[in-house]
Design a protein around this ligand. Structure first.
Ligand SMILES: Cc1cc2nc3c(=O)[nH]c(=O)nc-3n(C[C@H](O)[C@H](O)[C@H](O)COP(=O)(O)OP(=O)(O)OC[C@H]3O[C@@H](n4cnc5c(N)ncnc54)[C@H](O)[C@@H]3O)c2cc1C
Length: 290
């Protein structure tokens, strides 16, 4: 596999995930190029090996058992090309970096996403959003690998999307995304976004290991308010705790395991159903290896 990228063996996924939970993966591969990735996928198919694509692992809850397969990380796909107001970024580019580079060119549209600790690939696939905006608003086209291992370009019209959802998920590997960005005054935008970001820091436990919001907001009430009204702030299962600062965050208060988090999620869901008849839906992807 080392022909196709940087290969690491017996990699702790705990150290890669933002909630510090995860087992050991047999291999982690960072392909050098799009073509190398297609060759790697062929190789894995021929050898009947399982794989999983990870971005910055900020929206996944990873099983902490052993993964007898290959984690593919697209960190080497890290280019940012700007042509006027058209921005193309590799799947491995982190959003805060992309926002910074765009602001230097007075392109302001993506600034809403400056606090999202995800990659372009993971964020486009999940249609990440903040401050009333979603990343798909700005997407022009997305370069992908399809199920037949062919590289192709999908236009925005080829993709269906909604709240924290796109049809790309589990159907394509995103290689890069092209955005249409508006020009604006970066100083004004930075001041506005900066104020909102500061407010977020005051109200969300951004300094603690988490995967961000743990539930989607139900129609009638924000998930955080619901969990708070159920009196569940501070509830603990093992090392997993409902944050006192924002009830829609589960934080890892030390040595939380995958099972601790799942049990805490189930407990919250049960109470929401029994006491308010609300079906809470988990926002991060729960990944079980078996
Ligand atoms: C402190 C904190 C704050 C957050 N704030 C927000 C917020 O404001 N708004 C918001 O929307 N989210 C937020 N999140 C959640 C998360 O950061 C976003 O959902 C982010 O977009 C996930 O990107 P990622 O690269 O980490 O994806 P990952 O978690 O690595 O992956 C998510 C899913 O996408 C798939 N995937 C990843 N890359 C690719 C690819 N290239 N091709 C195909 N599939 C891929 C994975 O297999 C997985 O199923 C927050 C998280 C934290 C920890």
């Amino acid at each position: 596999m080392d022909k196709y990228g940087i290969v690491l063996e017996n990699v702790s996924l705990k150290n890669l995930s933002t909630i510090n939970i995860g087992g050991t993966a047999k291999y982690l591969v960072r392909p050098y190029s799009y073509v190398d990735l297609t060759k790697l996928l062929d190789y894995l198919k021929e050898n009947d090996m399982k794989y999983y694509i990870l971005g910055n692992a900020s929206n996944v809850l990873l099983d902490d058992s052993y993964f007898d397969g290959v984690i593919i990380k697209l960190d080497e796909f890290n280019s940012i090309d700007i042509d006027g107001n058209i921005v193309t970024a590799g799947a491995g580019v982190m959003l805060p970096k992309l926002v910074n580079v765009c602001l230097q060119k007075e392109l302001v549209s993506l600034a809403h996403f400056s606090m999202i600790p995800g990659t372009v690939g993971g964020s486009v696939v999940g249609n990440a959003g903040a401050y009333g905006h979603e990343i798909m608003e700005y997407v022009k086209e997305v370069k992908v690998i399809d199920k037949d291992n062919k590289i192709k370009t999908l236009t925005k019209d080829d993709i269906s999307f909604g709240y924290r959802y796109t049809s790309l998920k589990d159907n394509y590997i995103v290689l890069s995304a092209t955005f249409i960005c508006e020009k604006g005054n970066p100083i004004e935008v930075l001041s506005d976004i900066g104020t909102r970001n500061e407010k977020r820091k005051d109200t969300q436990p951004l300094d603690k290991p988490s995967v961000g919001s743990i539930f989607r907001n139900p129609d009638d009430i924000p998930a955080g308010r619901l969990i708070e009204e159920l009196g569940l702030k501070g509830t603990k299962v093992g090392g997993a705790v409902v944050s006192e600062k924002h009830a829609n965050f589960i934080i890892n208060d030390g040595d939380a395991t995958f099972d601790d988090v799942i049990k805490l999620i189930d407990k919250i869901k049960k109470e929401a159903k029994e006491k308010r008849n609300i079906d809470l839906v988990c926002e991060p992807t729960i990944v079980r290896w078996n």
